[in-house]
Design a protein. Structure first.
Length: 264
């Protein structure tokens, strides 16, 4: 009569959860030595910097919206010959919000990217291709930042794949490329919207401030053209902001889902 002995549960790698064989000295998937069990180490939290980035993006977009539409108020000022150009004041407030929001978003994005990159070093089956310094230093190198930053962020995104059991979708590196390309395009479009500022200074702002007369119809056309030229940049910046939030949110959630599998 055969005796039935209880089957031992299969052994899995604590790092990548792959099945281990007793004959293998190390995991075939991630290379971790078999039988080596260490206490899990928590990852750096990305939630705070992520929220700060969201707030910065929202404030900068609100400021750009106000700045882009403020010439429409100046049209009313020019047509009514008002004594005070409140449209210019509204534009100055929009510019202040834009600068403030971009500074806040920049600071928190640098912090977020640094923490996300340092977390990659704690993922045993991650193979980052870019050095850690690029996640911070890449933001501060003029012109080169348009190449270094997306390279660093794409590397972070590709190495922050969510745990299979989490059910989350993979963070695509292409999303980072689209975000940065849209952001670069938005910067170019916003600069184009300032092309007629010298004509506005000559035809409207200078005579208006000195109390001299000006051609209302010509000024109205120049201000309307400024609004029209600013709308594409506004749309592009809005798209870049949405893509930025998607990238940050996706990487933050992906790394959070890896937390149970993090080992020293």
């Amino acid at each position: 009569m055969l005796s039935l002995e209880p089957l031992e549960p299969p052994v899995h790698c604590p790092s990548c959860n792959a099945a281990l064989s007793e004959a293998d000295p190390a995991c075939r998937t991630c290379g971790r030595p078999a039988g080596l069990l260490d206490a899990p180490k928590p990852l750096r939290s990305l939630t705070g910097p992520a929220i700060g980035s969201y707030v910065g993006v929202a404030v900068s977009l609100a400021g750009l919206l106000v700045l882009t539409l403020s010439p429409a108020l100046e049209i009313a000022v020019a047509q009514s010959s008002a004594e005070f150009n409140y449209g210019e004041l509204v534009g100055a407030v929009g510019a202040l919000l834009l600068v403030l929001g971009m500074v806040v978003a920049f600071v928190f994005m640098v912090i977020w990217s640094y923490r996300a990159r340092k977390n990659i070093d704690l993922i045993p089956d991650a193979w980052p291709q870019q050095p850690a310094w690029m996640s911070v230093g890449g933001w501060f190198i003029p012109l080169a930042q348009y190449l270094l930053v997306p390279m660093a962020l794409k590397d972070i995104a590709l190495n922050s794949e969510p745990a299979p059991e989490s059910g989350r979708r993979k963070v695509s590196g292409n999303l980072v490329t689209w975000w940065w390309a849209t952001f670069f395009l938005a910067n170019c479009l916003v600069r184009l919207s300032d092309a007629g500022d010298s004509d506005l200074d000559k035809e409207f702002y200078t005579p208006y401030s000195s109390g001299e007369s000006f051609d209302v119809d010509k000024v109205t056309g120049l201000l309307g053209a400024k609004v029209a030229l600013g709308l594409p940049g506004l749309v592009a910046f809005g798209a870049a902001g949405v893509l930025a939030v998607m990238v940050i949110r996706g990487v933050t959630a992906a790394q959070a889902s890896r937390q149970p599998r993090m080992w020293v």
